[in-house]
Design a protein around this ligand. Structure first.
Ligand code: NAD
Ligand code: SER
Length: 312
């Protein structure tokens, strides 16, 4: 196997920190270069190389790729659903231009692989609510969802037209304790743990019966690495794979937390994020990912809550 040198863009974010640490374990600390617009996350300090980088500056990105002999890029920089609705132009600009910059450089420099995540946000109010299939009606209603859906087709295009080995999956809402979430509609499922531990109460910005697809970060990191390590011949989806871990509502996660913290109570004050959540499916059919590269989640709601409360 040729020696890989990986650049992670957006490495200080919720996924970036854990993915960078996991990649460093596999490929060696020196072979995974972390980069971000903001400062290096404290958990990354001293674990490997870090460069300050704005992915929108294509020339500087290109220079870094050449200077560091990069062979693979994981692009995680993005503006998520809730923040995106506050600044649609910025979300569209960052989410699209970052991907086009990376895909162009991957083509020019003949990088071996690119990873770029999409989201359940590609689905919209007209998509099936239960077990939403890989291929279905997709009419996103948020700028974030529109940018992810367009991005999926840019990935497909660069693969078909230029042979770029770009791989993608539609993450559900991700739950983790190492690095804070960055402005998504599913962030309540992380906040609730901090509030449960500190204040024994939480005011949720979604209604109690809002079911959404979710996944524990350990599963998301493993899924990402499994997809990237899969034989190219087994990858049949070059837009983005549906991926599923668990589905629950605020009422259900609160009940699970209460098993560990009996005094915990939850109240509900839905805000502008409620219509975003209402536009997404409640559960996802990821049978294509299971068939193509053997995906299987390890964490359900019970296991995830126990692990979060132990580690937070
Ligand atoms: P995040 O907001 O926590 O992290 C994004 C990182 O990108 C931040 O550290 C930010 O500083 C950096 N960044 C922003 N603009 C940049 C720029 N111009 N140049 C370089 N870096 C820049 O996001 P995340 O939750 O880690 O998400 C990573 C990816 O996964 C995104 O594409 C997101 O859409 C996708 N995703 C996340 C979730 C989730 O629940 N977290 C779910 C579905 C998809
Ligand atoms: N967790 C993400 C969000 O809520 C889904 O992509 O924006």
């Amino acid at each position: 196997m040729a020696k890989e040198k990986i650049l992670v863009i957006g490495a200080s974010g919720q996924i970036g920190v854990e993915l960078t640490l996991a990649l460093r374990k596999i490929y060696g600390d020196a072979n995974v270069v972390a980069s971000d617009l903001r400062e290096e996350n404290i958990l990354l300090k001293g674990t490997g190389p870090y460069v300050s980088l704005d992915v929108m500056n294509k020339e500087m990105l290109h220079v870094q790729v050449i200077r560091q002999n990069i062979t693979q890029i994981y692009l995680l920089a993005a503006i998520l659903s809730a923040t995106g609705e506050k600044n649609p132009n910025l979300a569209w600009s960052l989410n699209m231009q970052s991907l086009l910059n990376v895909l162009d450089i991957a083509r020019e420099e003949k990088l071996s692989k690119v990873y770029w995540p999409s989201s359940i946000a590609v689905f919209g109010p007209t998509s099936p609510k239960q077990n939403c299939p890989q291929q279905t009606i997709i009419e996103p209603s948020t700028v974030y969802g529109i940018s992810k859906y367009a991005g999926e087709f840019w990935c497909n295009y660069f693969h078909n037209r230029y042979g770029v080995d770009v791989r993608s999956m539609r993450y559900p809402g991700l739950i983790s304790y190492k690095s804070e979430p960055g402005g998504g509609t599913t962030d309540y499922a992380v906040e609730i743990f901090y509030k449960a531990k500190q204040d024994k109460k939480y005011e949720c910005f979604l209604r109690e019966d809002t079911y959404l697809p979710m996944m524990y970060m350990n599963d998301a990191i493993r899924a990402t690495i499994e997809l990237m390590e899969a034989d190219a011949k087994s990858i049949s989806v070059r837009t983005s794979y549906n991926l599923s871990g668990m589905s629950f509502s605020p009422k259900e996660i609160a009940a699970e937390i209460k098993k560990h913290i009996p005094e915990f109570s939850i109240s509900y004050k839905p805000d502008y994020r409620q219509p975003i959540a209402d536009s997404w499916p409640q559960s996802i059919d990821d049978s294509v990912a299971r068939k193509d590269w053997g995906w299987k989640e390890a964490y359900d709601l019970e296991l995830m809550v126990t692990d979060m409360l132990q580690n937070i």
